[in-house]
Every structure is written in C-alpha cells, then in structure tokens.
Design a protein around this ligand. Structure first.
Ligand code: GLU
Length: 305
C-alpha cells in the first residue's frame, strides 16, 4: 500500500496541472469551487488507509451517482428490463449529447451518460418522489458507510433551473416509451442525486465496496457479484465520458468521474481510490485527479489489462 507521504508528494507534483483546467460553471454552486483544492484517499482490503490534501472536502457527486443508482435500479427491476431500455455501448460523444437519441429510437447508449442515467432514475421504486430519492440516498449511505450524507439544496435548485437539456432528453425518451413513469419525477430524482455531497474519503469506501464485488467492509453483501461486475465493466468502457478509451490505456482501472471534480476508482479485489480536484479537462474529467491516478497506476502497476 502506498503511504500518505508519497500521496502528498504526488499531490504536490500534480498541483500545477489543476491550473490548466476549468471548473464547471453552468451553475453558481459549481462555479465557486476552488481550483486549487486537490485530494486523494486510498483504502485497501487490509483496512489500510492513505490520504493527502483535501480528501475530506465535500463536493457534489454529479455523474458519479450514475453507476451507484444503476446498482439500486438492478435491485429494483429485472436486469433484462433495464437493458431493454438502455444500451451498454460507449458513445464517443459528450455526456450530455442528445444526437444519438434520435437515431436509436430514444434508447440511450449506456447508463453513464445523462440520457441513460435519467432513464435509470425513472426505474427507482417508491410510492412518492421523496421516497424514491430517499432510497437512492440511503443506498449511497450504505455503500459509502457514511450515514450522514445529504444533498446540497442550492446545487439541486441550480441543476433543476438550468437542466433544460436534460429535460428535453427525458421528454424525448418519454415519447418513445423508454421512460414509462412521470418525467418530472425522474428528473427531480436525477437532479437531487447529482447534488449529493461526498468526499474523496467516501469515494474510496465506495470504490472498495465495488473492488470487493458488492460487499461492505463490515461484511454485508448489498448487490450480487454479477451486478458489481456489470457496473465495473461499464465504468471501464464509459465511465470517463468520451475520454474512457484513453483513460483505459493510460490508467487501466474502472473509474467514474463527475463534473463536481470527483473520480471514483478502484482496483478489483484490492483497493478503492477516491480523488477530488474541481478543475476539469475539456471532456469534464478532473484534470489533476486524472494525472494523479495515472502516476499512482504507473507506480503500483495497477492496470487491470
Ligand atoms: N448534473 C450534471 C448534468 O446532468 C451532471 C454532469 C456530470 O457530472 O457529468 O448535466
């Protein structure tokens, strides 16, 4: 296991990279992020934890919620049903792209892009919108082993007010029967799930949960081995937006990033890694976080390939 001093030196070595990136600016809550924030946490199977920098700083989970609620949707629905509505293929397009929806009878290419994730949100079970979102939050609390998680109300309102592109994709999918329930309800769950506050520490815990194929550190099996493998496979092929191929070559581990600046990553059977750095590259991935993961992967020979 890499120790915290080495992580600290890697943070220092990659800090300059953060200056080259740009924080997400489509809502004030994200625009105000500090480009200099940079942190990492790694947890392994022997209960060893290393960390450095802003690993306890809270930020919004954004797209990292996508693989997580996919697991809940698989608990709630037949897997075949989910993948009759959503594909498993990378798009090569930006996360919020709408163009392939029209040529695919609205079937989103995968659950890691916005369209696919909104369709997944529409499949979460519950008697009311509140109950559905609370189930999402409770699920993420369970796999992060953090009972204190909550969502950021300001960011949620910002997402809701500015989310017209997401709204248009959702109505498109409703028109073609991909979304069967209430569209606004599905969107509301999606906007709230994106606004959940999380830390690099929490992401390392979730990474370890996936590394251990769906078992928490206190031994509870939450999802099946099959589900955990399915989610990790989609993280490898689609988790780093339209930069997933290059990330697989350069870093070689399952990962999912979000425009809040987080990256959830893991080494199967071994460790969970959470990073945070809100300055993003052109594809929407944390620029410093990506560089840090590349260095660590090279240092420890982590690539799964
Ligand atoms: N809330 C963002 C959106 O739906 C999530 C984007 C992301 O992290 O990729 O546009």
């Amino acid at each position: 296991m890499i120790n915290s001093d080495i992580l600290y030196n890697l943070i220092l070595a990659n800090k300059e990279r953060c200056k080259e990136g740009k924080v997400a600016d489509y809502i004030p809550g994200l625009k105000n992020a500090n480009k200099e924030n940079f942190g990492i946490c790694i947890m392994d199977n022997n209960n060893k934890i290393s960390y450095a920098g802003d690993y306890e700083k809270k930020f919004t989970i954004q797209s990292i919620s996508k693989p997580l609620i996919l697991m809940l949707a698989i608990l709630d629905n037949e897997e075949d049903y989910i993948f009759s509505k959503i594909g498993m293929e990378p798009t090569g397009d930006p996360f919020n792209s709408i163009k392939k929806l029209e040529t695919s009878f609205s079937k989103p290419f995968n659950p890691m892009i916005n369209a696919g994730a909104i369709a997944v949100s529409s499949m979460i079970k519950g008697d009311s919108s509140e109950e559905k979102f609370n189930r999402v939050l409770d699920f993420i609390k369970k796999i992060s082993e953090n009972p204190n998680l909550d969502y950021d109300r300001d960011i949620y309102h910002g997402e809701k007010i500015t989310g017209n592109r997401n709204r248009s994709m959702a109505y498109f999918m409703k028109n073609d029967g991909i979304i069967e329930g209430d569209v606004e309800e599905a969107l509301d769950i999606y906007f709230k799930q994106c606004s959940i506050l999380i830390t690099a520490f929490d992401l390392a815990k979730i990474g370890l949960f996936l590394a251990n194929n769906g078992v928490t550190s206190y031994g509870e099996r939450v999802v099946s081995i099959h589900t955990a493998k399915l989610v990790k496979s989609l993280m490898v092929t689609c988790g780093m937006y339209d930069g997933s191929g290059e990330f697989a070559v350069k870093v070689g581990i399952p990962a999912k990033s979000g425009v809040g600046g987080g990256i959830l990553s893991l080494v199967p059977g071994k460790m969970g890694i959470g990073v945070y750095g809100p300055a993003l590259d052109l594809k929407g991935n944390s620029i410093g976080g990506y560089a840090l993961l590349e260095d660590i992967s090279n240092l420890l020979s982590l690539s799964i390939f």
